[in-house]
Design a protein around this ligand. Structure first.
Ligand code: DON
Length: 304
């Protein structure tokens, strides 16, 4: 498979969707990102790397971080997690309050905001310093030890995060948070504010394509069973209420963020990270989705 050539073709093929979406605009840091940014990195399980565009520029990974916090929490509590969070697609916007109410404070899955707040609560209960633990995890996985929280983004998230405050208080009211609401939210707002590049993200996710073993570290990050389950949760819940459309068009387990990033995995072959800030109505990158659709169509390879 000539990934070099395929990645070279992608920018011109996704150009027609530029201008059709909109940057996230609930905080200035995301609204101000130039709309024509585009980067993509494909990393194989053999640790070969192919890239195009703004592949090494860091951006706000936002909800892609939910993949890393979920993996960490599964490592601490294993299957116990599912007593407090479901694993079904939500069919609702990522910050839906209504669904949490009629399901009595048990979030539908760990990749929507309510579920990610419960995952934060687990990390706070099992670590001395959860913010440092999350940072250490992504630094080791990506091999980039200067990855940091963008504190300005974290502050903006906190200033504007009224719906997340409501979700956390609702979870607490239903007895589904052990720790203080403020501590849970502080960790959540910081994980959203992690700044990473496509290159770093692809390296931090490629163990998910390799049975849980990081090719660059040669270490087992997750068991084979945990890897299967995390990929399954990504496939069914990773793109919120657009997850069916994404499976139809792209056919890979993936996780998106409102910073315009998407990380996707083809088990046995590669992890790919793509970034372009303009979003569709569900909050997923327009050019990112188009690029991944092109990749799986041209290669003829997906999980289906
Ligand atoms: O929680 C929030 O509202 C933001 N930090 C958005 C996180 C996110 O990326 C959700 N969706 N893609």
């Amino acid at each position: 498979m000539d990934f070099n050539q395929i990645l070279k073709e992608i920018p011109q093929n996704v150009r027609p969707v530029f201008g059709k979406g909109r940057n996230a605009d609930y905080i200035p840091a995301l609204a101000a990102v130039p709309t024509d940014k585009f980067g993509m990195v494909l990393r194989t399980v053999g640790d070969e790397c192919f890239q195009t565009g703004d592949a090494n520029e860091r951006f706000s990974i936002q909800s892609i971080s939910k993949l890393f916090t979920l993996s960490l929490a599964i490592g601490f509590v294993g299957e116990e997690l599912w007593r407090r969070v479901g694993r079904e697609p939500s069919g609702n916007p990522f910050n839906s309050l209504v669904q949490l109410e009629y399901e009595h404070g048990v979030p539908r899955n760990p990749l929507i905001n309510a579920g990610a707040l419960v995952v934060c609560d687990v990390l706070l209960s099992y670590t001395e310093d959860a913010k440092q633990a999350v940072l250490d995890y992504v630094r080791v996985l990506s091999g980039a030890f200067d990855i940091a929280y963008d504190e300005a983004v974290a502050r903006s998230e906190a200033r504007t995060g009224f719906i997340n405050l409501a979700l956390a208080n609702f979870l607490k009211g239903h007895g589904n948070l052990e720790n203080d609401v403020d501590a849970v939210l502080d960790l959540y707002f910081h994980q959203c504010a992690l700044a990473m590049s496509c290159s770093e993200l692809s390296r931090a996710a490629v163990h998910l394509a390799n049975g849980g073993v990081s090719p660059s570290l040669g270490e087992t990050i997750l068991t084979r069973a945990q890897t299967k389950r995390i990929n399954a949760v990504m496939l069914t819940c990773g793109l919120y209420d657009a997850v069916g459309e994404f499976a139809y068009r792209v056919g890979l387990p993936a996780k998106s963020g409102v910073g315009g990033g998407i990380v996707a995995v083809l088990p046995g072959e590669y992890a790919v990270a793509v970034w372009s800030p303009e979003l569709d109505a569900s909050g997923n990158s327009m050019a990112g989705g188009a690029a991944l659709e092109y990749l799986t169509t041209v290669t003829g390879r997906s999980i289906f």
